[in-house]
Design a protein around this ligand. Structure first.
Ligand code: SDX
Length: 379
């Protein structure tokens, strides 16, 4: 067999696509969505505007954005049959499993595979962006024994999610900060869950299966699941004095420290810096946070020990502190990551449809040949 390049575990450094959706400079700590710097977008834009930019490759006009927001508002509700199905889910199940299952179930209700019809594509984009947050909030309400709360049409995308989750209208600062978090998590080139979405999309299956595949991939602790693990770690450390002993224990056990390290960033993830500022903004509202002080000390000690290896905080390190200050339960941090990343997954789904080439890599065969079939009596 002739290979075009040698095998690299995890496809490290292997281009799996040509894409113009986003760009990461891992040495300089730069993230751009369609060429626009993430700092600009989080300061001046909104999540839905960013989703439009990612998916349709340009910033919407005022009318287009209004129409997009209105369409999504109309599609927020989920079918009662999906709500009934979710009532059968065990309340002890992880919300990511509930989301993966209910996202796939959307495919049961909508026509499949009209992928050459731009109207089908547009509808699928609107339905998924609109319904995924509702499904996350609905499962959370049901596992508490409540009926799901219907979306509130007076509230924008971010505020409505917090409302469906907490049963209270959020204050404007909380809604604004949450919207910025969604923009920060919307897209990040060919990460594991986006790659899953692309591989699934390349078989021309329906977009609901594509999103369900990506949700399952994001759930892993090495990927989106790290944000939930970070707070458990900060609780385990418990005090600033315990930070150094904790890091030394991780080094001794060759245990990875959650919220640090990245395949691409070899400096601090620019999203971590923005999230850190959001935590400080929330201090005004909710007071200093001992876990934040532990996190800052942990960042310092990790830099001392791992900075030379290019291991710095990634997007998952401070996000949990923001979500906790917004009153969001720890096990919903990764579903929130999924809510935002639906925008990026859909952008790559559309881009992959245009490539229209099924993913089918090869392998370096390390097995044997012409092996005998041994009868069971002789084994
Ligand atoms: C996300 O890809 C994306 O873009 C993902 C993401 C996105 O927006 O989609 O940015 C979101 O998933 C952020 C990552 C969240 N995960 C975590 O925080 C879990 C902890 N991080 C590590 O598991 C790890 O850093 C990864 C998975 C993020 C990256 O893994 P790599 O690129 O495969 O790195 P590696 O495991 O090969 O590590 C290289 C070296 C190793 O040391 P050596 O064996 O070479 O001596 O760095 C060490 C690792 O042991 N290392 C760490 C470490 N991460 C890497 N050591 C301690 N703590 C860590 N966190």
């Amino acid at each position: 067999t002739t290979f075009f390049c040698e095998y690299k575990p995890g496809l490290e450094g292997i281009p799996a696509a040509k894409s113009s959706i986003s760009h990461v400079d891992g040495q300089k700590g730069i993230l751009e969505y369609r060429g626009i710097n993430i700092e600009e977008l989080t300061k001046k834009g909104s999540f839905l505007e960013t989703a439009y930019l990612l998916i349709w490759d340009r910033l919407p006009t005022k009318e287009e954005l209004k129409q997009f927001e209105t369409n999504i508002l109309y599609h927020r509700r989920i079918k009662y049959r999906i709500r009934d199905m979710m009532k059968c889910f065990p309340e002890t199940g992880h919300p990511m499993d509930a989301l993966q299952t209910s996202a796939a179930a959307l495919g049961l209700f909508y026509s499949r595979r009209a992928l050459d019809d731009p109207e089908y594509i547009r509808k699928a984009v609107v339905r998924l962006l609109a319904k995924i947050p509702t499904m996350v909030a609905a499962f959370h309400q049901m596992r508490k024994g409540n009926d799901p709360i219907q979306p509130n049409d007076e509230l924008d995308y971010a505020a409505n999610f917090l409302y469906m989750l907490t049963e209270r209208k959020p204050d404007p600062l909380a809604a604004r900060i949450f919207d910025v978090c969604l923009t920060l998590h919307a897209e990040h080139t060919i990460n594991a869950s986006t790659f899953s979405a692309m591989v699934t999309a390349s078989t021309l299956t329906d977009p609901y299966a594509v999103i369900a595949s990506a949700v399952g991939t994001l759930a892993g602790p090495l990927h989106g699941g790290a944000n939930e693990e970070v707070l458990l770690m900060l609780e385990e450390i418990g005090s600033i004095e315990n930070v150094r002993p904790y890091v030394e224990k991780c080094i001794a056990n060759k245990q990875k420290i959650m919220g640090f390290g990245h395949r691409v960033y070899k400096v601090k993830d620019p999203r971590a810096t923005i999230l850190q500022d959001l935590v400080k903004q929330l201090f005004g509202e909710t007071g200093q946070d001992p876990y934040y002080d532990i996190a800052v000390e942990l960042e310092r000690v990790v830099e001392e020990n791992f900075g030379h290896k290019g291991i710095y905080p990634n997007v998952d390190f401070y996000s949990g502190l923001v979500y906790r200050k917004l009153g969001i339960p720890d096990d919903l941090f990764t579903p929130i990551f999924a809510i935002a990343r639906v925008a990026g997954w859909l952008a790559h789904w559309k881009e992959q449809l245009a490539v229209n080439r099924i993913f089918r890599p090869t392998q370096v065969y390390t097995g044997v040949h012409n092996a005998p079939y041994i009868p069971i009596e002789e084994r």
